[in-house]
Ligand binder design. Sequence first.
Ligand code: ZN
Length: 317
Amino acid sequence: MTKDNNSTDSAGFAPETPSAPQVTGIAIEDAVLTTVPFSELGETLPTGVFHEGQRLHSYTLAPFTGDLEVMLEELFQSKKQGADKVYSTLRQFLPTAIRDIGGISLHKLDSDPRRLIDRMDLGDVFSMVLGLRCAYHGKGDIAISGQCPNCNTRNADQGDYNQPYHDLGTVDVKCYQHLPQEPLFDIVLEDGFTVTGEHITKVRMRPLKFYQLKTMGDPNSGKFPNLNMISAMMHSFPESQSYQSPKGDFFDKKLYSRLINSPRDKKAVFDAMEKLQPGPVMQIDMDCINCSYQWKEGIPWGQLPSFLYGPISPVRS
Ligand SMILES: [Zn+2]
């Protein structure tokens, strides 16, 4: 046994050959995301799971049962707080609530389905949460409340003619139309930057993964928001010797400050970051009952039990 045998799920199978699969990137110019309303998306994932060279991007929900609601309530009673609580609840709940992805059970996709949920795109997980909510309520109705930024009138859906419920089916979802491989995108830098003697002119980025929900929602991560986001989405520098397959959050303050030395490189990377966020926006269009001003209000999905199983009008966090 070699000391680097860190596989935990290869029981019964031959160990993987050391030759790593050829990882390639898609030119950022070829990344095409289209926006569709959630009602048209149905049980389809904006990115999907890549399995044996195939993109699995449909999913099936387990039927509504009392057991599932009890399970969710119990998971959500953890002492954890905020994003950490939502993260740990969903990664345990979804393997039971989702029957299959692309017709394949989650256990067949990964012997520990929590790992599968972890490495799915955050937007795919958001999409499944909306799908569960619509299925459990039979439709997308949701009561949203919020204060008009223009006239300060409090808008609160009552489900009547004057203040009808909002429809989650109207939420915009950004989806990859064609995706020939895992979503890794190469951005060519016009100026580039130098680190450990190498001049970096190409960076590879990817959409946020579900497991990153925790760090993205943690204000104590010690990073400022721009660096936090860019570090979470930076995959590698594909033409570099030192950063071809780096581990973890390698994109630190030093690399960030060198990258942003060039305003046009900074813009290219920030534009890519903006572009490469598949999934539902998790906001809904508001239209003030008093002055008709339009704005967007967040969907109160973070209170998972009340969002998925509660009445149409959820308890606001
Ligand atoms: Zn108003």
